[in-house]
Design a protein. Structure first.
Length: 201
């Protein structure tokens, strides 16, 4: 009889416990996402070695992980084909794509993209193509730049042609072919600048 009297209490406690198990993780995940969004707004997006080691490569580009100029693991990018080679499908080279979350946060803003690039060990590369691509910015997004002194970035400013972006890629393509033109990609940094006027989508 005592058990039956406590059944409603028991079931109420169970229901509350189940609700807590469901909603507390959701609430914590929401807070983490909110913190991540604010972190992107405040500090930008930093693609370092952890992210670059899975660099996406299009036709004509190869990436590998090797010991870099600082004695630590680095991402080495080399070109097997020249940029613009008509025999391969146009691509963003060796590139980092933004996640959907990152894209949601940064779209509709001018972006400052900093490429930290060095000449790879045993390479004589002195130039690299760098590019920032969104819908409406195709192969004309490439720019040929000299490889700067160590720790100095190559900086691009990208103004999106649309505010509702479907993707954002940030890539490199060495100007010389093979091992002689290999470059070391240390990190890519993307920062939000001023918002843009949204035109036709």
């Amino acid at each position: 009889m005592l058990l039956r009297l406590n059944d409603p209490v028991f079931y109420s406690v169970c229901a509350l416990s189940i609700a807590a198990m469901i909603f507390l993780p959701l609430m914590m995940a929401g807070q983490q996402q909110s913190q991540r969004v604010q972190d992107i707004i405040d500090n930008g997006i930093e693609a370092g070695f952890d992210r670059l080691q899975t660099l996406v490569t299009g036709p004509g580009i190869i990436s590998s992980v090797m010991i870099g100029t600082h004695g630590t693991q680095s991402v080495i990018v080399k070109a097997d084909n020249q940029l613009g080679d008509p025999n391969i499908t146009p691509s963003a080279g060796g590139f980092v794509p933004l996640t959907s979350r990152e894209l949601d946060v940064v779209q509709g803003h001018v972006l400052r993209v900093s490429f930290y690039v060095e000449t790879a060990p045993s390479s004589g590369a002195d130039q690299v193509h760098v590019g920032a691509f969104q819908r409406g910015i195709g192969q004309n997004g490439w720019q040929l730049r000299d490889i700067p002194e160590a720790n100095e970035p190559i900086i691009l400013t990208m103004t999106p042609p649309q505010c509702d972006a479907e993707y954002a890629f940030f890539g490199v393509w060495p100007a010389a072919l093979g091992e002689s033109g290999a470059i070391q990609l240390d990190r890519i940094r993307i920062e939000m600048l001023e918002p843009v006027e949204c035109g036709e989508q």
